[in-house]
Design a protein around this ligand. Structure first.
Ligand code: ARG
Ligand code: ZN
Length: 879
């Protein structure tokens, strides 16, 4: 059943207070709820409507009177009390079975501990409630549980009281001083330990900060704690936003569907985004922890204090909060190139995941118009494209203008549930700008395509830049109107230096942000004394596909000189992509392809120059040397032959490894990071470049390169270097790989997150075929029930091992169908994510395409299927 944004109606009743009592028992938890409700003056409907799912109603009282079956209806997970007075006290008693809850939504048990996950619609799996974000109430929570098994009892807000009960049980009473929607409710009842400290806030108050983990993991909580403190400080300094509670808790659980959850004062995290020390976590893991801790903390204002009116507005909090965590990450690094390196990561994510989503059957606007299952809309479009949309306000109005908009947004909407339009209006009003057309970024799906033509007029000393935009049709949106696109442009002279820009008689520095609002628009730069090379879309100023416009010579010029590091990197990516596409064509047309492929010296030279340029950050050089992924190449093709793409890209890697051998070896040595491991950006950048060199050297391995990888594997004292060495050995297809994998497993078998890496590393290796994956699934450490583990092997293989997944006999697709069906019976959210692996099935060569459709039909034909998976496969088959 599809739900439409246009059908929104205000809630019939508002909830002022919620008192919850939990008698926690894994098999049979009793939940007593006492709600005070009052009729919503803005209501258009009359009855009291409460959601409830997978719970048993024991008793229901209205203003003290026990209701019987005739006083309410209960159907399709909706409990309706047709007629009720304006002021109501409801008392509801329900039962649930947390230990049978494999969906990890609502109240569930993980490693014997209780956790909750209520966003988006999990609270209704705990008790009957108007489970919608525009119903905000004050919560008081009484937890009761066995003291020995569950010594720690946590909920939102402040601890009012705790003590012992009979029979070895104890209790804790929590009160959240702020009203909140039900999706922000949380409880934890567990055997856990914590790292804690008091932290002085900007206004002089002291807050208690805690990071709760399982016993044995206290050696892995420092970085999360440090990230939390940095986040609190940053939000105070950057936006004047303070922690509004006396206590802020982070709790890690190993069974979690997503990354983490911003429950008020009680953030619950996937262990992957909390636990780290140098022995078990890589640089990327440390980065992920810093970003996710910040993200969840920043939600306290953007999401919790100001929340969403309905789930169509999800990007209101997610796009904004992702933008905030991106800016935080950039500020933490602090240097200009450091910022650019984080920006390049963001561009990569967009190209790798969001552009394909926007071009596929699940394409949807940042603010969707309809959905079947809201959990399917926690997407790269809502999150990452949503963050790009927020970033464009800052690009248009500057950092100060953006801050003014933020201040106005909070002044207007604190403690309200609002819409994306309200955020846009605050930005517009604070900056005295009309942003009507900008709304299309929220309502139109699809990635706009931007083209440009430049003409230098020597006599007039002008450079005329014409920009064109268009946007392809997406499901349900055949026609698109022009977007309001900020296009940041610079002009390079023949020596590679930035020209001073004058547009329409105005001095614009060296980068001008042009505002493109028409399908075609012309901008004239004056005083241009020589033929320039335009650097268009600097810093990736809008989430668009910039097509054509450059010659190879332009790209080489930009790759050598552009002062904008993002566009400098971009020029290299374009040079690489042209070549990868040409080689893919050649590889597809030829059986003995690899032997006949070759790469031009110009390209190799351009890369060589960057590789050895010691004036550039190693992190930046690593990004310049990294090729677009196989799936990015595939996105450029009308008809994808995954094997040809793989052969072409592997050829380039091997060729670079051979032809840049000496330089790679030199960089490998030069970027060693002796001394104790530190996850800081400079050290991580060195390791990234060093390990890229190792990977390229082992793409065409000789004995020396393999020995280098083996030595690094044996001697490294940190996970970044060990994992990189192990990956290099696995990719090199040498016998040493099996031994190293065994050693690695042996050493880390008690570290779940490292075991995930061990599975993932094998799953994504082109040397691992389906039979090998099936063998790994029989390994005692494998289980589909743990989302991280399931993803590390099954999803990794289906999504990140294209050449094996797309085996010509269709066996990969049959495997996919089988796993989606198996997972769906346990956990629809995880199954539904895996289902998305087939999104782009229509783009593959015909022989693959029909087998993919068959697999999709197999899943769609299941009698018992969740709404989650049904929506995904239905849309894939229909579009
Ligand atoms: N709000 C969380 C975050 O972005 C994501 C939780 C979504 N969970 C879900 N099951 N849909 O940090
Ligand atoms: Zn979020």
């Amino acid at each position: 059943q599809t739900i439409f944004r246009k059908d929104y109606t205000p809630p019939s009743y508002l909830v002022d207070t919620v008192e919850l009592g939990f008698d926690l028992d894994p098999a049979r938890t009793i939940v007593a709820s006492r709600l005070t409700l009052r009729r919503n003056p803005a209501a258009t409907t009359r009855g009291i409507e409460l959601h409830g799912e997978d719970i048993e109603l024991v008793a229901l009282r209205l203003n003290g009177k026990l209701l019987g079956k005739r006083d309410y209806t209960l159907a399709n997970n909706l409990l309706t009390i047709r007629s009720a007075p304006d002021d109501v006290v409801l008392e509801i008693e329900t039962l649930c079975a947390p230990d049978k809850n494999t969906t990890l939504s609502g109240l569930y048990v993980s490693n014997g501990n209780f956790f909750t996950q209520c966003e988006a619609e999990g609270f209704r799996r705990i008790t009957f409630f108007p489970d919608r974000p525009d119903v905000m109430a004050k919560f008081t929570v009484m937890l009761r549980a066995d003291k020995a098994r569950y010594p720690v009892l946590l909920s939102n807000g402040n601890l009012l009281e705790e003590g012992d009960l009979d029979d070895g049980r104890h209790y804790a009473l929590w009160e959240d001083p702020f009203k909140k929607p039900s999706y922000l409710f949380a409880l934890v009842a567990a055997q856990l330990v914590c790292q804690e400290e008091t932290f002085r806030l900007a206004d002089g108050r002291d807050a208690l900060l805690q990071v709760w983990v399982e016993d044995g993991n206290l050696d892995k909580t420092d970085y999360a704690m440090q990230s939390l403190k940095h986040s609190i400080r940053w939000d105070e300094e950057k936006y004047g936003l303070e922690l509004d509670l006396d206590r802020f808790m982070i709790v890690a659980t190993s069974d979690f569907n997503m990354g983490a959850m911003e429950n008020k004062g009680l953030n619950i995290f996937n262990t992957k985004f909390v636990l780290a020390n140098p022995r078990v976590a890589t640089d990327i893991d440390f980065q992920g922890i810093e970003a996710v801790v910040a993200h969840e903390y920043f939600h306290n204002w953007t999401g919790n204090r100001v929340t969403c009116r309905d789930w169509f507005q999800l990007s209101l909090k997610e796009g904004l909060t992702v933008f905030r965590d991106q800016e935080f990450t950039a500020d933490m690094i602090g240097t200009a190139t450091g910022r650019a390196v984080t920006r390049i990561d963001q561009v990569r994510t967009l190209r790798q995941a969001q552009f394909p989503e926007d071009a596929g059957p699940m394409a949807h606007p940042v603010r969707p118009d309809s959905f079947v299952e809201i959990n399917n809309f926690y997407t790269v479009t809502v999150y990452e494209k949503g963050a790009e949309v927020v970033r464009m306000y800052q690009t248009l109005f500057g950092v100060d203008g953006f801050r003014k908009g933020m201040d106005l947004y909070f002044a207007r909407h604190d403690e309200q549930a609002v819409e994306c339009d309200d955020f846009r209006r605050a930005m517009a009003d604070a900056n005295n700008r009309e942003l009507g057309q900008f709304e299309r970024w929220y309502s139109q799906a699809g990635t706009p395509v931007l083209r440009f033509e430049g003409r230098w007029d020597e006599a007039a000393q002008t450079y005329t830049l014409t920009l064109f935009q268009s946007c392809p049709a997406t499901p349900g949106q055949p026609e698109k109107l022009p977007f309001h696109i900020p296009v940041a442009v610079g002009l390079l002279d023949a020596a590679g230096a930035d020209m001073a820009l004058v547009v329409d008689g105005q001095q614009r520095g060296t980068t001008a942000v042009l505002e493109l609002t028409e399908a075609e628009q012309t901008f004239v730069f004056t005083g241009v004394t020589g033929q320039p090379v335009a650097s268009v879309l600097r810093d990736f100023s809008a989430p668009v596909i910039l097509q054509g416009g450059y010659t190879d010579a332009d790209l080489l010029h930009l790759f050598s000189h552009d002062s904008d590091p993002v566009n400098r990197w971009e020029a290299g990516q374009r040079l690489a992509m042209e070549r990868l596409l040409k080689l893919t064509g050649e590889a597809g047309a030829n059986d003995d392809a690899a032997a006949s492929l070759n790469l031009d010296e110009t390209f190799i030279e351009a890369l060589r120059k960057i590789l050895v340029d010691e004036t550039l950050d190693p992190a930046f050089r690593e990004q310049c040397l990294t090729l677009p992924s196989e799936s990015m190449v595939a996105e450029q093709l009308e008809c994808v032959d995954p094997l040809a793409v793989h052969i072409a890209r592997q050829f380039v890697r091997a060729d670079l490894g051979t032809r840049l051998r000496n330089e790679l070896l030199a960089q490998y040595e030069a970027n060693a990071t002796p001394g104790p491991y530190s996850p800081d950006a400079a050290s991580a950048g060195k390791r990234a470049l060093k390990n890229l060199a190792l990977a390229y050297l082992n793409a065409a391995p000789d004995a020396a390169s393999v020995a280098l990888a083996q030595r690094q594997f044996d001697e490294a004292d940190n996970m970044t270097d060990r994992a990189a060495a192990l990956s290099a050995l696995v990719a090199a297809r040498v016998p040493q790989a099996a031994d190293a994998l065994a050693v690695f497993y042996d050493e880390f078998q008690n570290e779940a997150l490292v075991v995930d890496k061990w599975f993932a590393m094998q799953a994504l290796s082109p040397t691992t075929d389906l039979a090998a994956v099936r063998a790994l699934m029989t390994h005692p450490a494998f289980t589909l029930r743990n989302p991280n583990r399931a993803r590390s092997l099954v999803a990794m293989f289906c999504v990140n091992n294209p050449v094996q997944f797309h085996a010509p006999d269709g066996s990969g697709y049959a495997f996919w169908a089988e796993q989606v069906i198996a997972l769906d019976a346990l956990n629809p959210q995880v199954a539904s994510r895996l289902a998305r692996a087939m999104d782009r099935w229509r783009r593959y060569a015909p022989a693959l395409q029909w087998q993919m459709r068959e697999a999709l039909q197999k899943v769609a034909g299941q009698v018992k299927l969740s709404n989650d998976v049904r929506e995904i496969v239905g849309k894939a088959l229909a579009n």
